[in-house]
Design a protein around this ligand. Structure first.
Ligand SMILES: Cc1ncc(COP(=O)(O)O)c(C=O)c1O
Length: 382
């Protein structure tokens, strides 16, 4: 039976607490209850069914916020009576200084989901259609469709890549926005950087291009590049979105960012309906200054991917190599059935993404959680 780090240690302890526990493979924190180990009859390690559901379904960060963020959250409780409008500019200054971009380019949203919805809303207000890859992250298109826009879906190509040429051809005269998710979700591949830059520059001459970079911090791929430099260079019709939800582990506290030309940023800022909350903002301030936590998350995410994708590779199971904190796997079985069977073992995996009904989106948990996942996969389908 492995020990569990106390909540107090986790909140207030030295960095060694988390680092040492990770090295021993003991990921018990307030956010990740420990996984136990037993010896089987042949002396091999067996992981018994945990007493809680492991969430491998929503691309969340299994480690939770950094200790610095947790201390800031504790302190921010005493500021709960205060409105946050005085903090918006300060947040934009911090993020702007890190991205080498003026704060007038920045919108701070209630998650990047709010920035995505603003993109959808601006297109709809202009009575325009939008063009998206299919499948992709649905926040922006769903909001645009709910408000009356036509959503033109362009299927990914046979390699499951976003098909820029087909997207360019699908653009209609009334198209007001083209959405690109890079890396994409649920398919965690990227678009080659030069092709994407040419596409964004060309298409944004006449309409908005929204580049969602929610998984930017996870990408380690020489063919990838952020499109942030186009915002720095003053291009007008481009929005880049980032989030504190993923590598910073703040999904429940709702902080995200949009980057665009100052005129577009001002339009977005006027339209936003969410209000920032002080606990989320204080946590984000602390987290964006804490490289140690981000590096820890990156390292363990890589380890988790190596465990899961390593198994798929070994077993010859087709999957799309990850550029994020999730992978996409062809199980060969109807996903609703796969979900139900994993849930019996206390693992929640991703939802259906039609037309890929025999594929599963698998978010990365801790390395030990992924070991338990692989053990279960072998039992169910191996
Ligand atoms: C591609 C992509 N964009 C944006 C988001 C939204 O993130 P949030 O609203 O938490 O910033 C997600 C969440 O899963 C995502 O996968």
């Amino acid at each position: 039976m492995k020990s569990r780090i106390s909540r107090r240690n986790f909140l207030l302890g030295s960095s060694a607490v988390v680092a040492a526990s990770a090295m021993q493979g003991i990921p018990g924190t307030p956010f990740t209850p420990p996984i136990n180990l037993m010896k089987g009859a042949l002396g091999q390690d067996i992981i018994p069914k945990p007493d809680h559901v492991i969430r491998l379904s929503s691309n969340e960060n299994p480690w939770g916020p950094s200790r610095a963020a947790l201390r800031a959250i504790n302190a921010a409780i005493d500021e709960s009576n205060l409105y946050t409008f005085f903090l918006h500019d300060e947040m934009a200054e911090l993020i702007g200084s890190q991205q080498h971009i003026g704060p007038e380019h920045i919108s701070v949203g209630s998650g990047s989901g709010e920035i995505l919805k603003m993109g959808g809303l601006l297109a709809t207000m202009d009575e325009g259609s939008i063009v998206i890859p299919d499948p992709t992250f649905e926040d922006l298109p769903r909001y645009a469709a709910d408000n009356g826009s036509d959503v033109i879906r362009v299927p990914v190509n046979d390699n499951m890549e976003t098909d820029l040429e087909a997207m360019a051809s699908a653009i209609r005269r009334d198209t007001k926005l083209v959405y690109i998710c890079n890396p994409n979700n649920p398919i965690p591949n990227i678009i080659e950087k030069n092709k994407l830059r040419d596409f964004v520059l060309e298409i944004s001459r006449d309409r908005m291009v929204f580049v969602d970079e929610a998984y930017h911090e996870f990408v380690d791929n020489p063919d990838y590049s952020s499109m942030m430099d186009l915002i720095r260079d003053g291009h007008r019709n481009i929005i880049v979105a980032r989030t504190a939800s993923k590598i910073h582990g703040l999904a429940g506290l709702r902080v995200g960012f949009g980057f665009s030309h100052p005129d577009l940023a001002a339009t977005i800022n006027r339209r936003m309906t969410g209000t920032l909350n002080i606990i989320g903002l204080r946590a984000a301030f602390a987290s964006y200054r804490d490289e140690e936590h981000a590096n820890f998350v990156l390292r363990t995410n890589r380890e988790a991917l190596d465990i899961a994708q390593g198994y798929f590779r070994e077993a010859g199971i087709r999957h799309i190599d990850s550029n994020g904190n999730f992978t996409f796997v062809e199980t060969g079985h109807e996903i609703t059935e796969v979900q139900a069977r994993f849930l019996e073992h206390n693992i929640r995996v991703g939802r259906p993404f039609p037309p890929f009904r025999n594929w599963m989106r698998l978010s990365m948990g801790t390395p030990d959680e992924m070991r338990y996942f692989v053990q279960t996969y072998k039992q169910l389908y191996g």
